[in-house]
Design a protein around this ligand. Structure first.
Ligand code: BGC
Length: 512
């Protein structure tokens, strides 16, 4: 989830205001713990992971590749004033020119899985090229090389089909008043076509497919906070429309992948396993003793953590986002949506605090949401996010209500000094292991990120990588914390003692 610079149209704390819903409750309110609540066994001190568990890291094409100008994000990033320090995506790690180095980075740290995305607008630069299935030959060759090298190194690929950026022919930030991206009527079917094309070409090597990354975060950034294309602020109706279109796009993509990918690449009897990737937060009331804050917290939790899962897994379509299925456009167990998840991806970084007043109370919303610089005793990252590993356990417990395999598709922190990453990793892996002990079916963990990358509107200031890169030579350097990750992977176990061996969290730098 993006952190917004103070120079953005709304100030940081207010920008963090997310959506809550006018009428009340979540029907699947799995957790409403207070800020310091712990899962019953949270003090247990060790957890094991089975052989075959996927240990990896994650990237996204726009954040690590060069040459993605033909996308909405490409235009957005080239617009003066949109990116911190005027940073440019082409000055990043240039992943497609350094495939061997990145595969080596994975194997050097004992990782056996890699989550990444393809850049739709680079692979199919025009609508005609998509419709006629004539992808850009150079890009196709590079992606084919990447996937082939991963498989040769016995690294399981997980491919994300859409990670925020969209082709310019579907999403033009120069025309923000007109419907863009997911708002356009043709986007859902174009996306399904794209998913089918990719699955047909790469299904022999890829079994794990992620449809859309963080469907709530993109509209939050683009239509409420103004930090993502198309750069609109507080356009609640359009943001809801985007989330709904993404839910339809997810289902259509799921069907297209299953239709096109009939080859079992891993020999486990399944040709394709498809899931959504959700940005889950531990959502807590600003004042746990205030009934209005607690009610607002439930509404925000529903919107942020549950609405999309309900639609894509249960087929429950809450058209007006009011937390009930009684409205005129609502549907329960819609067969066009239901069951479109073979697994569910959880991205977990931090918590958010919710109040009923004391900031911008959004239209159609009765909540003020705060995500950074929180007035809590928790340690902070360079992004000013709280470090709160117990929240990780809580969101894993919450997602378990859907009874699906879970992949942790992102978890990490901005930590340029690398002082805090090893402790963060160990603490979060312990929480994940304890959730597994409680019965949550977590099958793999992908750290965000393999390498420092272009952090959307924040440019290169936040450093999320297990590896850094030299801006001139692009040479990769392993951070000390990557060695910790490797040793935990090799041990297949994390203990409280591993955590206690690290120094306490140090003061962060500030990147937002
Ligand atoms: C996104 C990534 C981003 C990370 C850190 C996630 O919400 O999927 O693209 O870099 O958060 O902010």
């Amino acid at each position: 989830m993006p952190t917004i610079r103070p120079s953005s149209p709304l100030s940081s704390g207010l920008l963090a205001a997310l959506v809550a819903l006018a009428a009340a409750c979540s029907k699947t309110d799995a957790s409403s713990a207070g800020p310091d609540a712990q899962a019953p066994d949270a003090r247990a001190s060790e957890a094991d992971f089975p052989p075959g568990f996927l240990w990896g890291s994650a990237t996204a094409s726009f954040q690590v590749e060069s040459g993605n100008a033909n996308t909405d994000w490409g235009v957005w990033a080239a617009t003066p004033g949109k990116i911190k320090n005027g940073d440019r995506p082409d000055d990043g790690p240039d992943a497609l020119a350094h495939i061997d180095e990145d595969v080596k980075a994975l194997t050097d740290t004992a990782q056996n899985a890699y989550r990444f995305s393809f850049e739709w607008g680079k692979l199919y630069p025009t609508r005609e090229s998509l419709d006629s299935d004539t992808p850009d030959a150079d890009t196709l060759a590079k992606y084919t090389n990447l996937v082939g090298k991963l498989r040769a190194a016995k690294i399981t690929p997980m491919l994300t089909l859409s990670h925020f950026s969209l082709p310019l022919y579907l999403s033009n930030p120069r025309l923000p008043k007109e419907p863009q991206g997911w708002e356009r009527p043709e986007t859902v079917q174009a996306f399904a076509r794209y998913c089918g094309r990719i699955a047909a070409r790469f299904g022999k090597d890829i079994d794990l497919w992620a449809t859309i990354n963080e469907p709530v975060v993109a509209p939050l950034g683009g239509y409420i906070q103004g930090a993502f294309p198309p750069g609109l602020v507080l356009e609640m109706d359009r943001a809801f429309a985007v989330v709904k279109a993404e839910a339809r796009g997810h289902a259509a993509c799921y069907d297209a992948i299953h239709q096109a990918d009939t080859v079992d690449a891993d020999g486990d009897g399944k040709a394709a396993l498809v899931g959504p990737v959700l940005h889950q937060r531990e959502v807590l009331p600003q004042d746990p003793n205030d009934e209005a804050d607690r009610a607002a917290t439930k509404r925000v939790r529903y919107f942020n953590n549950l609405w999309f899962a309900n639609a894509s897994i249960l087929g429950d379509w809450d058209d007006d986002f009011d937390g009930s299925l009684e409205g005129p456009g609502d549907r329960k167990a819609d067969p066009a949506l239901k069951g479109r998840a073979d697994w569910v991806g959880v991205n977990y970084y931090t918590i958010m605090l919710v109040a009923s007043s004391g900031g911008i109370v959004l239209p159609r919303v009765n909540a003020v949401i705060k995500v950074d610089r929180l007035d809590t005793p928790n340690p902070k990252t360079d992004f000013s996010w709280d470090i709160h590993p117990q929240g990780f356990g809580a969101v894993l417990d919450e997602i378990a209500i859907y009874k699906l395999p879970v992949f942790v598709t992102e978890n990490g922190l901005a930590d340029a000094s690398d002082r805090n990453r090893a402790r963060f990793l160990a603490e979060h892996l312990l929480q994940m292991g304890l959730a597994r002990k409680r019965g949550v079916d977590v099958r793999g963990y992908f750290h965000w990120s393999l390498i420092d990358n272009f952090e959307w509107n924040s440019g290169y200031c936040p450093r999320f990588g297990l590896f850094s890169f030299d801006p001139k030579t692009r040479a990769r350097t392993m951070r000390e914390s990557a060695k910790t990750y490797k040793s935990l992977i090799l041990a297949g176990r994390v203990r409280q003692g591993d955590i206690d061996a690290f120094p306490p969290y140090g003061a962060p730098a500030v990147c937002n």
